[in-house]
Each structure stands twice: as structure tokens, then as C-alpha cells.
Design a protein around this ligand. Structure first.
Ligand code: ZN
Ligand code: ZN
Length: 330
């Protein structure tokens, strides 16, 4: 299957955490956590419109000011998702500067607080000195926090002594039409084909919906016509997990969320020799990251967020994870 998502760590594994995840076909990009951003080219950061913050510890949010500096005088709308409290935190950060000369700037930032059963949102416009607008609340059924025609993002709230979000990116299923069959059946592409693609790409495909094809004297159901002309592949799934305790409660929520991911980006703060430290600080060891990857049946594992206390032992992280997970590890 095609894997169009390019995942780039914001820093080497002993540096601040976070990834830029960019789609090489559409040019769209997301950022998971805002650790220090100096290592990443500005043009790459500027691709990102949606940012997902696991929690507001400083190593996961210190890059916010850099991103703000970079986007300030551009006509952008940044969407920032995070755990409960993120709206006030973003608001306080924005109020930490003076905005008397920027009334003509168009940047708008919308912050979204992800609760287990609701989503709160609040926008801050540069033209209004980033004063908070009204906060609105929507009911959230299930894990989806964002979706558009290309992909959706799911989240689970885990425990790191504070609420910490794990995220999964679900690429919309890939739908292609077989050109030779279209030709053979003398079916000319048109709006009906676009409509059929939309039906097939929706999270719950409406297989009984009716498709009218110009020039045909009967209607078809989506299921009927798709069986003849469509090639459907499941979209890719990428999981981002960081700063969680290896507890039964966390694993019970996490494993279903990340199950079967094509790529798991997973924190591995400590080695087995510091397992006590991992437990007390509610972080994972490399072994635990490997065990999570195995239990979730993911295809590939990428480790990050290594504690500087093990700075000369990088190969040990991969070795310890490989004792539990037999797939590719980097
Ligand atoms: Zn943390
Ligand atoms: Zn951290």
C-alpha cells in the first residue's frame, strides 16, 4: 500500500519531542506536540495547519512561540488541539506579549480542548489583540476529534499525572476506479463518479445509496457499481503516543485506539535500568513501548523522547524494545 505520509521528528531522540507529519501528495501537514522547533525548516512548519498537543509540559509546548513568530503576519488559521485547560494556556501565552501594532494581521488561532465526551473551542484573532472569543462546546461521540475528506484524527485521554492525549491519524480509504473497466462498460467519468467516490470514502460507506449514471436506463446501488469498477484500499493509520504511565487503565484505553497502526510513534523515555524512574514519573521504558507495539499489532515502531540520563546508550533503546516487538524499529 502507498504510504504518502512523511514523518519527521522535530529533534533527535534525546531532544524535545514531536513530529511533523506531511502528506507528500497533498502537501498538507500536521504537527504532534510543539517541542523546540529550531531544527525544522520554516517552509515545512508553515505547511502545518493542525497541531495536536498531548499535554502542556514545557518540552511539548515550548515551540508554540516559534510557530507564532513564524506565522504571525500571514493569513493563516492555526487549529490547536490539546487536553482540558489548553484554551486557557494558549490564551495566557498569547497575552504574554503586547499587540498594539498588529491590528492588520490576519492570523487566527483556534484552540480546542478535548474532553472525554465534549470538545470546547475558542478562537483568538491577531486583529483583536488575540483576545479570547466566546467558548463553544460540542458533544463528542466516540474518539473522533477532527475529520475532513482526506483524514481524521482520533484521541484518547490517558494519565501522566495530568491528562495526556494519545492520537491516531486515519487516512481516508483510497478509492480508485479501473480505467479499463470504465472503458469496457462505456461509462464516461462525470459528477456521478465523484459522488460514488464520496460515498465510498465516507467513514461508514452508504452501500445502499443510489447512483444515477447518465445514459443508463436503470439506477445502480453504490455496492453494485463499486463491485464492478472500484478498487478500494484501507487508508493508512499513524499513532502518536507519549508521556504515559504503563498502567492497566492507560493500556485499556490505548491499545484499541492504536490497534493495527501502520506506524506507531512512541515515547521511550527510559531503559529498563531506570524502570523505577519511569513508573514514578509516569513515562514508558523502551521495553514497554515494544510491548505496546506488540499488543496493538502495529506494523512499524519509531521510538522518541529518550531521557538525557541515557545519552550514550541510544542503541540500547532499540535493543530493549526489540525484545518485545519483532517488527521494524527505528
Ligand atoms: Zn510530560
Ligand atoms: Zn515529555
Amino acid at each position: 500500500m502507498l504510504f504518502p505520509w512523511n514523518t519527521e521528528a522535530l529533534n533527535p531522540p534525546f531532544g524535545d519531542p514531536g513530529f511533523l507529519v506531511a502528506n507528500s501528495y497533498t502537501g498538507r501537514a500536521l504537527i504532534f506536540d510543539l517541542g523546540d522547533l529550531h531544527q525544522l525548516a520554516a517552509r515545512k512548519l508553515l505547511q502545518a495547519s493542525h497541531i495536536f498537543i498531548s499535554h502542556a509540559h514545557i518540552d511539548h509546548l515550548v515551540g508554540f512561540d516559534q510557530l507564532l513568530r513564524l506565522t504571525l503576519n500571514r493569513p493563516r488559521h492555526l487549529h490547536i488541539y490539546g487536553p482540558p485547560g489548553i484554551i486557557a494556556i494558549i490564551g495566557h501565552k498569547l497575552q504574554g506579549y503586547v499587540w498594539n501594532l498588529t491590528a492588520h494581521y490576519e492570523l487566527v488561532i483556534t484552540a480546542y480542548a478535548v474532553h472525554p465526551k465534549k470538545l470546547e473551542q475558542c478562537s483568538f484573532a491577531c486583529s483583536d489583540k488575540f483576545k479570547p472569543g466566546p467558548t463553544t462546546t460540542t458533544v463528542k461521540n466516540g474518539p473522533v476529534i477532527f475529520s475532513d475528506p482526506d483524514f481524521s484524527i482520533n484521541a484518547a485521554t490517558l494519565d501522566h499525572g495530568t491528562s495526556c492525549l494519545a492520537f491516531t491519524l486515519h487516512e481516508t480509504r483510497q478509492v480508485n476506479f479501473r480505467p479499463e473497466v470504465l472503458k469496457q462498460l462505456q461509462l464516461a467519468p462525470g459528477p456521478w463518479l465523484t459522488k460514488l467516490r464520496q460515498f465510498l470514502q465516507s467513514p461508514k460507506p452508504e452501500t445502499a445509496a443510489i447512483i444515477r449514471i447518465p445514459g443508463r436506463n436503470r439506477d445502480y446501488t453504490v455496492k453494485e457499481i463499486a463491485a464492478e469498477i472500484a478498487l478500494i484500499k484501507p487508508g493508512n493509520k499513524i499513532a502518536y503516543v507519549t508521556d504515559i504511565g504503563f498502567t492497566p487503565e492507560n493500556l485499556e484505553k490505548l491499545i484499541p485506539l492504536i490497534s493495527g497502526a501502520d506506524l506507531l510513534l512512541c515515547e521511550a523515555a527510559f531503559l529498563d535500568s531506570a524502570a523505577d524512574k519511569a513508573r514514578s514519573s509516569r513515562h514508558l521504558t523502551a521495553s514497554q513501548a515494544g510491548e505496546i507495539a506488540r499488543r496493538a499489532g502495529v506494523k512499524r515502531l519509531k521510538l522518541f523522547h529518550f531521557s538525557p540520563r541515557h545519552h550514550d546508550l541510544e542503541p540500547d533503546f532499540y535493543r530493549e524494545a526489540a525484545q518485545y516487538f519483532s517488527g521494524p524499529i527505528s
